[in-house]
Design a protein around this ligand. Sequence first.
Ligand code: ZN
Ligand code: ZN
Length: 171
Amino acid sequence: MLSGGRGWGQRRIPGFNLTHFLQQSCNLFIIYRMIDRFKEVLKSSGNSVTAPRQAIFALLMQEGPLTAAQIASKCAPTVDRATAYRTIELFERLGIVNRIWHGFKSSLELSEIFTPHHHHATCEHCGTHLDITSPELERALAGVAKQHKFLAISHTLELTGYCGACQIRQS
Ligand SMILES: [Zn+2]
Ligand SMILES: [Zn+2]
């Protein structure tokens, strides 16, 4: 790793990567902003910031979308089942989470208060959720609504099918 002729300025600290460090700091900043917003939503609606609520929010921040059953099992035993389900219900009511339907099943993820607007493609085989963002799609949907003189305030659009990896595995 050490090569001669390098000044102090260029000397690398082993295991330190500036890009990675900046990326991490940036992510941390985003995380703190999300947590602040979460606390604001709870407080402004007269709900307190409890440990189970924070735990479920943190889980969804790291691994959304998850089904209610997955949330309950991942938070156990710190958060009991009944509290987990009540918290999910509260989060839905307050618009903290969105429910994404894929067939008869549904999963939850943080709403657009926290993450930018996007759609999903869910793999029927492995269950992977891909986030899809498409300005063209948004423009097309707005155009369709306008054609029908419809004032759209929200929309959901979910794709189901097979992800790239599963297509390769099955062929
Ligand atoms: Zn798959
Ligand atoms: Zn959209």
